[in-house]
Unconditional design. Sequence first.
Length: 250
Amino acid sequence: MILAGAGMLLALGRRRWKESTLWLAALVAMATVGVPLLQSWNRAMLKVDADYRAKQAAAATTVPTDPDEFMPEMADRAVRYAAERGTTLDYTPDSVKSVEALLGELHEARVKQQLGDRDVNVQALHFGAYVGEVIRRRYGGSWATDHPAAGPKSFPIHWNGGESFPIGWCGKRILNGDEDNVWVKFRVVTSDESQRGATTQAGHGRTRSRGTRPSDERHERPRHTRFCKPRLNETGALVAEGPLPRSAVV
């Protein structure tokens, strides 16, 4: 700006020296006042930005680590997914039939290579959380993150003296198809006989102790069962963390 004013000064010549001097003085004054003003404006904008970022950080919610807190939210995501496809999930036992149908569609997508590993992971977590919440709302119980046999982040639900792995059920249903029908497993573990803990396993001649679920026993593990453990990272995003132990997906 000052250089431009100096050029104008030379062009005007001696006759307009006084006028040019006034112009130059004005330009110098503008530069003297304008630079600090610009610096002050810049500092103000930086402070506004810093305050905004601080408020955003303060408003950010902490990712829950208690599965009894975050599993209901995972279940609600399954409800929303179903609603987008014209299916109502209302947390009644019969609604698990609708879950089975939706998992069947996901299996078909998987067979057609239209469903990646991460999507299998996510849908198994959401629908498994939903099935577990149906059990918990009707029969009581609580979620856990780890299991001594199934391993860390296998997310069993403990209820009626035993435990089930509905996330594993749903993952296997997507991968293996109808041989791992979730509606059948749900009906078996919630049957009156199973609740009394006196169901005899068909074809094996064995009687279970109270609280043992027929679909949770190790000898019923099917072939080629493998999918990744779902977990939440520090931002709340779903990530995969290695293959589940076979006992975790029964």
